[in-house]
Design a binder for this molecule. Structure first.
Ligand SMILES: Cc1ncc(COP(=O)(O)O)c(C=O)c1O
Length: 389
């Protein structure tokens, strides 16, 4: 639960006149002095690469997610590519990604010479549709040109994908599952946390993610010792331990020690921030239900609420009006993956992903973060009602 110590109390009764989509300044006010002290420790000991803070963070991330291994890496996108490398993805392999997600989910596949295959998403959860996945795998197998290798569900806006069904489909087809949990660290499915819902999970610490650092950063979590060792080699030029021989092709893809120091303090406040996000999402849903298409959270799941996203038919007009009223909103995402210029080469002629295409026209993300207050949510909702009216 949020406590006075971990989250700032309401500091003013001034009327709300604007609300930004994200606001990291309040978190900085709460945690800044402690973060600076930990950064100062790093500046003093000077182990900027894989220093003790990285090791400490990896232990704490693994403990938080109740996962066996956590490995700090340079970004969420690199985490995806590294996980695919560890899974042995190579030219001629197909990696199944949802059609409605951030471009990095597909871009991570390309450097390996593999092909992203776009799968439509579920109308309610916005996550990969297991039936569409089944059909896409069957089509790839029937064509016989690519080897169906990995399924990469994305936990969009912080909500875990349907890992039960997706894992079963992957197993039936002899495929592995890699979770793109860039937006969902801290979320829960049943009694398991993100990080353990797939054999290997990639997350991002981009500053505006639920757990964000002050630059680029990410992590890979896995239950598999061999994959964990492979990832550690990949992040340091393919070297094993302190040896200077390249045992495999690797990358320069470590989490900076300074970013680990920042994250160690932020992780202490993370559970309370997740609670605040959850409470404020519930308030939005209570105030909007009946009049707006609000997010659907299946039974047994808890979202990390990276974003609170509704569907609005005349979205662009509403967004403009909200901006005039001082409300920041976001469009995640305006273009489905198969329509990106860089990915058209992998979109067979006439490929249609109707749900992804509809969502891209209608989604609108409202302000949410670990310090947002109820009165700000009420302000946003009042403005939204005026904007659509
Ligand atoms: C779904 C998804 N995948 C991958 C990434 C890439 O993460 P990063 O920005 O840390 O490279 C993001 C980040 O925005 C994301 O939202």
């Amino acid at each position: 639960m949020a406590t006075a110590e971990t989250l700032a109390p309401v500091t003013t009764e001034e009327p709300v006149t604007s609300v930004g989509l994200f606001d990291l300044t309040r978190q900085r006010d709460r945690l800044g002095a402690r973060i600076e002290a930990r950064i100062d420790d790093v500046l003093r000991h000077g182990q900027f690469i894989l220093g003790p803070e990285v090791v400490e963070l990896e232990e704490k991330l693994a403990a938080f997610a109740e996962a066996h291994h956590a490995i700090g890496v340079s970004s969420g996108r690199d985490a995806l590519t590294m996980a695919l490398m560890a899974l042995g993805v190579q030219p001629g392999d197909a990696v199944f990604v949802p059609g409605f997600t951030f471009s990095a989910s597909a871009a991570a596949v390309a450097p390996l010479g593999a092909v992203p295959v776009f799968v439509d998403v579920d109308e309610d959860t916005f996550n990969m549709d297991p039936d569409a996945l089944k059909a896409a795998i069957a089509a790839v197998k029937a064509e016989g040109r690519l080897n169906a290798k990995v399924v990469m569900p994305v936990d969009l806006y912080g909500l875990p994908a349907d890992y039960d069904r997706i894992s079963a489909i992957a197993a039936e087809n002899g495929m592995r599952v890699l979770a793109d949990a860039a937006q969902s660290f801290g979320a829960i499915m049943g009694n398991r946390r993100v990080g353990t819902l797939a054999p290997i999970t990639a997350t991002s610490f981009y500053p505006t993610k639920p757990l964000g650092c002050y630059g680029d950063g990410g992590a890979i979590l896995t239950e598999d010792e061999a994959l964990s060792e492979e990832i550690k080699m990949i992040r340091t030029h393919g070297r094993q331990g302190s040896g200077d021989e390249a045992m495999r092709i690797g990358m320069t893809a470590r989490l900076d020690t300074i970013q680990a120091a920042v994250l160690l303090i932020k992780l202490e406040a993370f559970a309370a921030e997740l609670d605040r996000r959850e409470q404020m999402a519930a308030l939005y849903t209570e105030l909007l239900a009946g009049d707006f298409a609000t997010p659907v959270v299946p039974a047994g799941m808890r979202s990390a609420w990276a974003l609170y996203t509704i569907r609005v038919p005349n979205r662009d007009q509403v967004r403009e009006r909200l901006a005039e009223m001082g409300v920041g909103t976001g469009l995640f995402y305006r273009v489905p993956l198969h329509k990106h210029p860089a990915f058209k080469q992998w979109a067979p002629d006439g490929l249609s992903l109707p749900v992804s295409e509809r969502l891209a026209d209608e989604v609108l993300s409202l302000p949410i973060h670990g310090d947002i207050e109820g009165r700000e949510v009420r302000f946003v909702v009042d403005c939204l009602r005026k904007a659509v009216g």
